[in-house]
Design a protein around this ligand. Structure first.
Ligand SMILES: [Zn+2]
Length: 182
């Protein structure tokens, strides 16, 4: 019987088994690195974790959709939920520079945004939104949290009429991204 593991679960002592795929050790204990199932190989004395789904790390050129988890002065951090239209369970994060985007509020925390992966550097996944199709797909009013409608490059709150700016995707207001789930 194999059981589900979560990242950081202790799965063995190092005297018993060595860390195989998707596992790591601290010189004492072996830990799971990912969500999956334990596999023990008694011959090689290794313990590994297999996934149902491969851990999804987006590659350069991939189009990702995710939720913004942090907005800093010159960049945003995004938890990736879709890679090329496919739902991903691993929710890896990428960062995207907003330095050259002339908008009052490029994007807000919890906005849904579409980005293109441009590189991996020191373990960080970098993305960009310098294409009309890239940018915010879903956002809310910064003042009242109400729903907004697009007015050319700006957005207007339907609750309080606050007008604001985002770096909108040409797909803004088109909720098709939700249907990508299957
Ligand atoms: Zn509002």
């Amino acid at each position: 019987m194999s059981e589900n593991t979560f990242p950081g679960d202790k799965i063995a002592q190092i005297e018993e088994f060595e860390a195989g795929n998707n596992a790591y050790d601290n010189g004492d204990m072996v830990f799971a690195a990912v969500i999956g199932k334990k596999n023990i190989d008694k011959e090689s004395r290794t313990i590994s974790i297999s996934h149902k789904k491969q851990l999804s790390i987006p590659q350069v050129g991939d189009i990702v959709i995710g939720k913004i988890v942090a907005v800093m002065s010159s960049m945003i951090a995004v938890s990736i939920e879709y890679i090329n239209g496919k739902k991903t369970v691993s929710n890896v994060e990428c960062i995207c520079s907003t330095r050259n985007i002339r908008r009052k509020n490029v994007a807000l925390v919890n906005d849904i945004i579409k980005l293109k992966i441009i590189g991996h550097l020191n373990g960080t996944i970098h993305a960009a939104m310098d294409d009309p199709s890239l940018g915010v797909l879903f956002t809310k009013c910064r003042k009242c949290g109400g729903n907004v409608v697009q007015m050319r490059d700006a957005i207007k709150c339907i609750e309080c009429s606050w007008i604001d700016e985002r770096k909108l995707s040409t797909d803004f207001g088109n909720s098709d991204f939700i249907k990508l789930e299957e």
